[in-house]
Ligand binder design. Sequence first.
Ligand code: GCV
Length: 720
Amino acid sequence: MKYLFSILVFMAAINITNAEDGYKLWLRYDKIDNPVLIEKYRQLIKGYSFKGNSPSIKVAEKELNLALNKLLDCEIQTLDNLRSNVILAGAHKNITLNLPEEISNKLKTIGDEGYIIKTFETEGKRITLITANADIGVLYGTFHFIRLLQMQSDIDNLNIVESPLIKLRLLNHWDNLDRTVERGYAGFSIWNWHLLPDYIDPRYKDYARANASIGVNGTVLTNVNANSLVLTKQYLKKAAALADVFRPYGIKVYLTARFSAPIEIGKLSTADPLNPEVRKWWKEKAKEIYELIPDFGGFLVKANSEGQPGPQNYGRSHSDGANMLAEAVEHYGGVVMWRAFVYDNNVPEDRAKQAYNEFKPLDGKFKDNVLIQVKNGPIDFQPREPFHPLFGAMPETPLMMEFQITQEYLGQGTHLVYLAPLFKECIESDTYAKGAGSTVAKVIDGSLDNHALTGIAGVSNIGNDRNWTGHLFGQSNWYAFGRLAWNHNLTSEQIAEEWIRLTFGNKNEIVEIIKNIMMPSRENTVNYMTPLGLHHIMGWDHHYGPAPWIKDKPRAEWTSVYYHRADSNGIGFDRTVNGSNAVSQYHSPVSEIFNSLEKCPEKYLLWFHHVPWDYKMKSGKTLWEELCNHYYAGVDSVRSMSKKWKQLEGKIDSELFDHVSMLMKIQEDEAVWWRNACVLYFQTFSKLPIPEGFEKPDKTLEYYQSLEFPYAPGIRPKWH
Ligand code: GCV
């Protein structure tokens, strides 16, 4: 009896230690649940030998040691002399073996960050080689090898050659120095500015590990709505401490530069980019930064946008401003990422057209170390937008992609929305800039216009919540961003499958259920929020929940009615040649397709057209019926997602199960809220009944309009 009791206590303890709070992300390294496979791996991995002793090699070795010992549940050690069935890892120059010619040739094609994982025999010994041109490639290769083990892949005969398609793969943190995070839904900032530089939170290293494991190689630490203070010595030392932690992992630190910093912290009377004193100030500032952070990546700038200062305050252009900063950092190899997210309420022009109008004429006018950072769509990270017309419009300038990983407009912290399909939809769009096949992917990877400097940024969803991203499935979006930044040819499904296996284990039944939840989740969200091309109809300021009724605000483009334009005739923004003519910013035949009511894909219909309520859709239904169908289908799909999730009870970790179950309940309620509020509101214009068979909203429009959320998270601090 006593014996049985001890076993029970022991089992309870195991349960507790196994309880999974999500902290470990996709680097869980739980023991492989297949003894036969463990034995096989143990036979194939008798030990490892890392060549070189740079910080990157040391962290690679440590990571492999950790992963092997946990996954295989035994001590696998470093070996001095080479034996059969070992892993040999190191940069090419440090590997003294005679490598097969095939490997040497491939190394010439994979740059500094690429790697090769190859099984081969030498002097009768079977070796798994992880090699690269530089040590950081060895680290990336090591993470790839670990992923193979985590996914229980066959490692008998490996022949993997990888290199990233895009050079700068960055997270953008919209983190403020007071630790609030603009549009952050996972707690406060992970950067503890107050305790830095002396207190190094262990999270910083885990952040770097996670990012390196998916190939992210840079991080912009601060909000684009920038605070000049980060450029003072006091804060630069703090940023330098973070850079020191990240360096072995190949991650460079970048900062946001507030354009008026020369006035605010430099005591100058102007920030005019053509003023010699201002130019000198930025050069000295760059020197000071590089003394503290020798591999500082450069600046990200939001200028003359939403109240931020910029060169136009002095009658200068975006290129004047960007080039001044570029000149300050070029000597050190730094870059300037200048955002194209600009629109001005004093300009009587469709907001969707303004960035193109301002930036296209500047093509070719930027210095070589400037990238223009363009959001995926022309408005603002909506659940669905057509691709931004600047892609394909500035061949002389490197354009970098800005995606939003944090779900400002997609349910914030509580909705399960897998974003890879959104990212892929955009990068696979054909701009036709140089004929068919001129995809957005080719613009941003530089292959369309031969740019060597290329980049992609994701606005981070990370905070100090224990599981990093608030919603566990937010982790899949961080993961997907990194994997696509490395290789945009991966499919959404491949990435989902990887993430699920790394997070929930390899049981096929579980993988399939979760994949079936993730894959349609973005489309579901579009359906219950903004179907058929609707956009920007969310809550005022905090952007939480539906509010298509928002009007009469200081800026028309900050209202909802500006975008949906519903009236008794119909709904949608006429951007055809007869309307704002935004369609003309796209190349032919995209412009004609978007311009045509018949040819425009229905998913973008109300983005480009004002359509009568009784317009016959492809399904044969009227627009009103189709709109209702989408809203109701969105809610139904959330309900069926919850049912699928329930099948996992008892099959996955209970803490993770409960966490997601509770959030799904919120998502379901909020999907109903979106549907009811939007259908009731648009009904005031269509004057048509909700089609037969659909459940009737249980609340009135007035009820939904009365809701207020003064403390919704992620709101922009009032001091901005
Ligand atoms: C950082 C939207 C967001 C703002 C954000 C802005 C931007 O307007 O609501 O919070 O500001 O985009 O991308 O600059």
